[in-house]
Design a protein around this ligand. Structure first.
Ligand code: 13P
Length: 252
């Protein structure tokens, strides 16, 4: 498999500017020793500039956790991908399950966000994944198909700026991880769907990351699956002590 391993830390609504800056320095230093792995961090909007300054000179990619699906306008409290680019951001997380389930964001909103983020020349990491109820009622693949449809707006020339994170909702922050076989099955289905939407070439090259209670202890086994190209890590990305070994596992 020729896809470069990709490990991303979603810092969610955590850290202070001082802690975010210091964690950014730790990640930058660690990644310097593992150049074979693509590493991204997603701090809060408020900490982006501090993190950017502390990542300077490293290859760690600066990401944002969300954006609004418009370039500019009267959208109080929202942030446009063009503003994110202006702040040095390179990739935007779109459709995280917390956005979908806590804030009620819809599939239509996701496709607007994908479109404008790519137009702003940023990368997109689209998050998809089923709830426990959807899994137990056999709807996992239907949910993946519905959520991945947000990528229908991607042009062939933009596909290289897209990645997907499969995060089963029931595994996020719960300590329950999908088994490697479950992750592989869902990733293979995502790749098949990507083929339908964006063509075989894009499907073969788009990285698909697994997210949901990834830790140093389970990362290697998940990452060894054929279609698992990386990890989107929440809790265990908040200290280099936990995050570093996951980067190591991706390059082992
Ligand atoms: P946890 O690793 O804390 O389960 O979070 C996963 C996640 O939501 C990453 O985006």
């Amino acid at each position: 498999m020729s896809r470069t391993p990709y490990i991303a830390g979603n810092w969610k609504m955590h850290l202070t500017k001082r802690k975010a800056s210091s964690l950014a320095r730790d990640v930058a230093e660690f990644q310097g020793e593992n150049p074979a792995c693509k590493v991204a961090v997603f701090p809060t909007f408020l900490h982006l500039d501090y993190v950017r300054r502390n990542l300077k000179g490293s290859n760690v990619i600066l990401g944002a956790q969300n954006c609004y699906g418009k370039k500019e306008g009267a959208y109080t409290g929202e942030i446009s991908p063009y503003m994110l680019r202006d702040m040095g951001v390179k990739v935007v997380l779109i459709g995280h399950s917390e956005r979908r389930h806590i804030f009620g964001e819809t599939d239509t909103m996701m496709s607007d966000k994908v479109k404008i983020t790519l137009r702003a020349k940023l990368d997109v990491m689209l998050c998809v994944g089923e709830t426990l109820e959807e899994r137990e009622s056999g709807k996992t693949f239907a949910v993946l198909a519905r959520q991945l449809r947000a990528l229908k707006v991607v042009k062939t020339s933009q596909a290289e700026r897209v990645s997907v994170a499969y995060e089963p909702v029931w595994a996020i922050g719960t300590g329950k991880t999908a088994t490697p076989a479950m992750a592989q099955e869902a990733h293979a289905e995502c790749r098949r769907l990507l083929g339908d939407i964006l063509g075989a070439q894009a499907a073969a090259t788009i990285p698909i990351l697994y997210g949901g209670s990834v830790k140093a202890g389970n990362a290697a086994e998940l990452l060894s699956q054929t279609d698992v190209d990386g990890a989107l890590v929440g809790g265990a990305s908040l200290s280099i002590h936990d995050f570093g070994p996951i980067i190591d596992a991706a390059t082992a």
